[in-house]
Design a protein around this ligand. Structure first.
Ligand code: 4AZ
Length: 841
């Protein structure tokens, strides 16, 4: 059974393609017979005739067998829509059982047959059509057309179908049409998504919903929220609103299998699954903080969902309402400054929408527009922005642009901005600010970047790309304590010889006393011949010359190799939970239900984390006090935190489980919603070598009094193996409810910040020699981003593939966010064996 045979409306004639083939052969047969007819002896004639007939039959059968065998032909379905301009919509057209629906559908069907018959390609392979629905405007018809196509002909039919609209227009202009004919406009069709056809669905569901004003409709996948959605099922929800209204579809949950090839939901700006009207395809999980909301361009919308035979997830639920069609968007913007956004921002803009803004600032000034968010990418977008775009200063901008990087200024006090969305695929759009600037001095008391950004003058030539276009880092006179890169850039001296090409031209990594050419630099600094790489012997002494070798399994075990459960070693760097089975026994991919989050909505500004972004983040509350420290969930019953968080003081016995209350799934302090789980502690295990003076070995374990159930908001982070490499320069995330500045107040909403891992030697010199190998440094050396009081014990989360690994535990620092003072974290890899010993995790 397939999409079309679903007890939906369409059931194609199963043997039509077979009949077409037979008729074709009979015709050629007849012609041959006619030619052979003539005078002569009857016997010879009959003999010749029989022979000819047999030859023709054999030829015919062979031709049929090799070219027209039913099974070899491909079924190709097209979804289509057309406007019928000489009909008016009546209520009965909403009901496919009404005689009015049937009469108009019959007319559409017969007219489609005529249209296809005018194309030599289409007429040959056309099987049948069925009308799925009608909607207002005058009447819009939605239909499916079936073709049976010989292999290799698919593209030709797709092309012919793509230009059916032109065929119709020409036909109506140049051919005599019966007066009763439907007058058709905007005939569009495209091939049906093959995933809706090719698989064998065992169940089909079809739902319809007509929204009303002040009425909240709801659609959801079968079984939601009590049981997972059904396997091998095709579902569609047809949504209608009153005329002059649009459908608003607000998903509150979207939790599907992560691979869209298997399970997916598609939203269409149509009543039929027309690919040129897809608004969005979704699978996986979406963050509940900014769930997707869509608005149709007309008064109809279609949601389809297809599932395969395995991995069924909770599914989706969405609210359906109607909203009055906004006839205008854009407008006149006047004044010194202001803001404007694409329609429905930060929700998805509707398709087929165009808005125009005329901005005017006081005479004598110029207009500067900065896009604070710009999310307009869509599949099939071209560099020249042929799909959705914003036009500003006669320049089209499209795609996804980093925050604040699209900046335009005018030469006069006026500027115009146009937003355009085409018929398919929508996105969240943009938010923009405009301000009046003085063209002679656009950045008063600041540095003016080439891209028209204004930045603090102190940030010029500081080694960091503050403008976003590097214009603050060129033409610099480097200070004495800077590295003068050959390409003219200046970089802080700390970055010399740290293994990262900070200059971009390698100047900062030259003459580092490294190894000569033909030599390999070991991780311990030793130089060995590069011929020793992967020769099976540990020439470096630390095994680093035997890493990442073509033959990676069964190598001899060193401190740097990964030890599989069967005690064999592999030389691949960070093989654990990377979704590739490297150990013979697969043990590198065991216990990998960790470190994954729901899809991030990428829209909430500032430093607030999004709900579900860091589901392993735990808030440790001291009883009758509140948040004191952070921690990380590593299994249903175990947390990792900092040892200094569990030291007794004169008032409180923090080392005792009874002193604590643990909050998991928390986003906002004091907001205990349905996602939050509270637990008490069974035991606290502080590292025996914790040194309260040096903060060495600053790690502790906490056991919950009962295990937690994982959810979108509560999930464990992956523990790195003892050999896991967190390379210097890599981006990592710090999170917590700690102070938002040195000496400041704790945050209410979970904060997140991206920092980089800093070379241990550089860090040790910056921190006055206080760094041990059990400490890891991370931060932004120009200052401004760091962990702070109250973040202690929390995770330093390091992305690897689609997972996050616990690289560190927030430990200490010299104040917070000071220049050249990175944050110090406990190196988790050093404690992997201890964690395993104490917790079994
Ligand atoms: C603290 O007191 C603390 N800048 C944590 C981290 C840092 C400083 C202080 C790092 O919990």
């Amino acid at each position: 059974m397939d999409y079309m045979d679903s007890g939906l409306k369409y059931t194609p004639g199963k043997d039509k393609d077979w009949e077409t083939g037979v008729q074709f052969l009979q015709a050629s047969d007849n012609r041959k017979l006619e030619k052979k007819k003539g005078p002569g002896k009857i016997g010879i004639l009959i003999g010749v005739l029989i022979l000819a007939a047999v030859i023709a039959l054999i030829t015919g059968l062979l031709v049929w067998h090799f070219h027209f065998r039913k099974n070899a032909w491909v079924k190709r379905m097209y979804a289509g829509t057309m406007q019928i301009t000489n009909q008016q919509f009546i209520k009965a057209y909403e009901n496919s059982d009404s005689s009015e629906f049937k009469a108009l559908a019959k007319q559409v069907k017969s007219q489609l047959k005529v249209i296809y018959s005018r194309s030599p390609e289409l007429s040959k392979y056309y099987v049948d059509s069925t009308v799925q629905d009608f909607s207002e405007g005058s009447v819009i018809a939605y239909y499916l057309s079936e073709f049976r196509v010989p292999p290799g002909k698919e593209a030709a039919i797709d092309n012919a179908m793509a230009s059916v609209g032109t065929l119709v227009d020409k036909g109506q202009r140049f051919m005599q049409m019966p007066s009763s004919s439907l007058i058709l406009k905007d005939v569009v069709s495209s091939v049906l998504d093959s995933r809706m056809l090719s698989r064998s669905f065992s169940n089909y569901y079809r739902f319809s919903e007509h929204t009303k004003t002040n009425y909240n409709g709801q659609i959801q996948s079968p079984g939601f929220p009590n049981s997972p959605y059904p396997p091998n099922t095709f579902m569609q929800w047809q949504l209608r609103a009153d005329p002059n209204n649009n459908i608003k579809l607000e998903f509150d949950t979207m939790d599907l299998e992560g691979n869209c090839k298997n399970d997916f939901v598609k939203v269409y700006d149509s009543l039929v699954a027309l690919e040129s009207r897809v608004m969005k395809e979704m699978c996986g999980q979406y963050s509940p903080i900014d769930p997707p909301t869509f608005v149709s361009s007309g008064n109809v919308m279609l949601v389809t969902m297809a599932t395969d035979d395995e991995n069924n997830y909770p599914g989706f639920r969405a609210k359906v309402t109607q909203v009055q069609h906004a006839t205008t968007c854009g407008g006149q913007l006047k004044g010194e400054r202001g803001t404007f956004t694409s329609p429905n921002f930060p929700n998805y803009y509707p398709p087929q929408t165009s808005c125009h803004w005329s901005i005017e600032v006081p005479t004598g000034k110029a207009v500067k527009v900065t896009f604070t968010k710009f999310l307009m990418s869509e599949p099939g977008q071209t560099k020249d922005c042929r799909k959705d775009y914003v036009e500003i200063n006669n320049k089209k901008v499209c795609g996804e642009q980093p925050d604040q990087t699209v900046v335009e200024t005018s030469n006069t006090n006026k500027m115009s901005v146009t937003f355009f969305s085409d018929a398919s695929y929508v996105n969240r759009g943009f938010s923009a600010e405009f301000e009046a600037i003085d063209l002679k001095d656009p950045c008063p008391n600041q540095f003016q970047c080439r891209n028209m950004h204004c930045i603090n003058s102190a940030l010029k030539c500081d080694g960091w790309n503050d403008c976003g276009d590097m214009s603050d880092e060129i033409n610099c006179n480097c200070k004495a304590d800077d590295i003068s890169c050959k390409n003219g850039l200046c970089k802080p001296m700390f970055w010399r010889c740290d293994g990262i090409n900070d200059c971009g031209d390698g100047t900062d990594e030259l003459n580092c006393g490294g190894c000569k050419s033909g030599e390999l630099t070991c991780q311990n600094g030793k130089c060995v011949s590069d011929k020793t790489h992967c020769d099976g012997r540990d020439d470096c002494g630390d095994g680093s010359d035997e890493l990442n070798c073509p033959k990676s399994s069964g190598v001899s075990c060193t401190d740097l190799t990964f030890r599989c459960k069967n005690n064999k070693c592999i030389s691949k760097v960070n093989p654990e939970c990377d979704e590739i089975s490297d150990c013979d026994d697969g043990s590198d991919e065991e216990n990998c239900d960790c470190g994954k989050t729901v899809k991030s909505a990428r829209i909430v500004g500032g430093q607030d984390a999004e709900v579900g972004d860091f589901p392993w983040q735990v808030s440790l509350h001291a009883k009758n006090f509140g948040h004191v420290c952070g921690a990380s969930l590593i299994s249903p019953q175990w947390l990792v935190t900092a040892a200094h968080c569990v030291q007794d003081d004169s008032k409180t016995r923090y080392s005792q489980p009874g002193a604590w209350e643990v909050y998991l799934g928390l986003h906002t302090q004091r907001k205990i919603d349905g996602h939050v789980v509270k637990r008490n502690l069974k035991q606290i295990i502080c590292h025996p070598n914790y040194n309260e003076h040096t903060y060495d070995n600053d790690i502790a374990l906490m056991e919950l009094d009962s295990p937690v159930t994982y959810s979108n908001f509560i999930k464990p982070i992956c523990l790195p193996s003892a050999q896991h490499d967190f390379p210097v320069g890599n981006s990592v995330w710090i999170t917590g409810w700690g102070a938002t500045r040195e000496g400041g107040f704790a945050a209410t909403v979970l904060q997140k910040a991206e920092v980089r891992i800093i070379n241990g030697t550089v860090c040790n010199s910056l921190m006055g020699g206080q760094i041990t190998s059990r400490m890891l440094c991370a931060g932004v050396l120009s200052g401004g981003v760091d962990a702070c009081q109250g973040d202690s014990g929390g995770p330093l989360s390091s992305p690897a593939g689609s997972r996050m690994f616990l690289a560190g535990v927030v430990s200490w620092g010299d104040g917070c966010a000071r220049r050249n003072k990175p944050g110090i974290y406990t190196t988790v890899t050093k404690f992997r064996a201890w964690i395993k010993e104490k917790t079994g995790v």
